[in-house]
Ligand binder design. Structure first.
Ligand SMILES: CC(=O)N[C@H]1[C@@H](OP(=O)(O)OP(=O)(O)OC[C@H]2O[C@@H](n3ccc(=O)[nH]c3=O)[C@H](O)[C@@H]2O)O[C@H](CO)[C@@H](O)[C@@H]1O
Length: 394
């Protein structure tokens, strides 16, 4: 029998943290649970929050900028922790899930103080700073890739590989065939810089597409996400080259556009890669060089090994180089279709279910039944820590 329980998700900052939280929240609600999201001001602006999920905006602090900055951050973290504890007293979550990033920290600290079980999800191939900080105290670490770097050997026992949760509309694309890519048909390219956009793509991509041989160039149909300040320049570049292009600062219909595309050019953020591999779309990706511990370069390596993507270092990302790589991938239709299949082979479309199962296993209903370590293992989550098993039934 399934019992309705309350869960808190904590995620903020960029779409890369928020969108997996939206996907998990939607799945937990589909299973009959109540879900509240703790986020920050930036996070609250990311479209797509599922209906019925409560959103609580709370202060969070990024530890940076010398002693003054640290003091302000500490004050905000403390205020956020107090607000989260007040919410927990009322909402009584059976588990709290943190998705990394500074906005997740106050909620996790509040969960430790209130003795609520905690799970963290790491979207990247390298454990992020906040997740590293709390890894020793949480009950489980859910990961998107095997062998995530910077997980301490002592914490390996509580690691569960689930993948990155993606939206239901993206999962649906997995069963659809790759759009026909034939020599006289259209060639649809989707350009995305992650939830915040990336100016380098605006500078380089239109020029590179204009350099393609005529048999590819005349078939192009482009959708490009641009930062607001780049929109007009990019619009003019495509108009000058007579390449049909639709531009937006944020594509709310991203899954639909992904299903429509033959090739994606973008950054190597974790959610973008999860979506490409779930749907099976080949890509040319430019990892953000300033990403913490170079995590975007590590995110894309699995896809490269499989043959589903090519990566270009930002220092080598020129219109000439990009045009060369597009031709290598798309001049022969079969090459592109093979790359699409290879991309799909890296997908983890069950991520949202596996993460929801993991989260539910830490929020057993009181006295419904006693979880033993053996039963917990049989759920596929390895051995539960004794303290956790006790908590789950207390
Ligand atoms: C600049 C930065 O710090 N980026 C990090 C951020 O993700 P960031 O938000 O930059 O990028 P991701 O690729 O992880 O996620 C972007 C998400 O936004 C969606 N989208 C994007 C554009 C658009 O027009 N419409 C739309 O819906 C994508 O479909 C995707 O779901 O967190 C990720 C997960 O920790 C990291 O891997 C990234 O390195």
């Amino acid at each position: 029998m399934s019992v309705s329980r309350n869960f808190v998700l904590a995620a903020g900052g960029t779409g890369g943290h928020i969108i997996p939280a939206y996907a998990l929240g939607a799945e937990l609600m589909r299973r009959g649970h109540q879900v509240a999201l703790i986020t920050d001001n930036r996070g609250s602006t990311i479209p797509g929050c599922p209906d019925g999920m409560e959103m609580h905006i709370m202060p969070a602090g990024r530890v940076a900028g010398g002693p003054r900055g640290w003091l302000a951050a500490a004050r905000n973290i403390w205020r956020g922790r107090a607000m989260a504890r007040a919410l927990f007293n009322e909402f009584e979550p059976t588990a709290v899930v943190g998705f990394g990033g500074y906005p997740a920290l106050p909620a996790l600290l509040a969960a430790f103080a209130n003795k609520v079980p905690t799970i963290i999800h790491e979207q990247n191939a390298v454990l992020g700073r906040v997740n590293r900080l709390v890894a020793g105290k949480v009950n489980a670490i859910a990961t998107a890739y095997p062998d995530v770097q910077r997980v301490k050997p002592g914490h390996q026992a509580k690691v569960h590989l689930v993948g990155n949760p993606v939206r239901a509309e993206v999962i649906m694309l997995r069963d659809e065939p790759f759009p026909p890519f034939i020599e006289d048909g259209v060639f649809r390219v989707l350009v995305t810089g992650g939830s915040q956009g990336a100016s380098i793509l605006s500078e380089i991509v239109p020029d590179a597409l204009a350099r393609l041989p005529l048999n590819l160039r005349r078939r192009l149909q482009v959708t490009q996400q641009c930062r607001a300040e780049d929109l007009e320049t990019v619009r003019k570049m495509y108009a000058d080259h007579q390449i049909p292009a639709q531009l937006a600062t944020y594509l709310e219909d991203f899954p639909e556009r992904l299903g429509w595309s033959h090739l994606v050019i973008g950054r190597a953020g974790a959610s973008t890669i999860a979506e490409l591999t779930c749907a099976g779309r080949p890509a040319i990706l430019v990892p953000l060089p300033s990403a913490m511990d170079n995590h975007q370069a590590f995110n894309v390596s699995e896809m490269i090994k499989a043959g589903g993507a090519r990566a270009i270092k930002q220092s080598a990302f020129t219109p000439v180089e990009l045009a060369k790589q597009i031709q290598k991938m798309a001049l022969i239709p079969e090459t592109l279709q093979n790359a699409a299949r290879a991309a799909k082979s890296c997908g983890r479309p069950d991520a949202v279910h596996d993460l929801a199962d993991l989260v539910e296993s830490f929020g057993r209903a009181p006295l419904m039944h006693t979880i033993t370590n053996t039963e917990h293992s049989s759920l596929g989550f390895g051995s539960a820590e004794p303290a956790l098993a006790r908590k789950a039934v207390s």
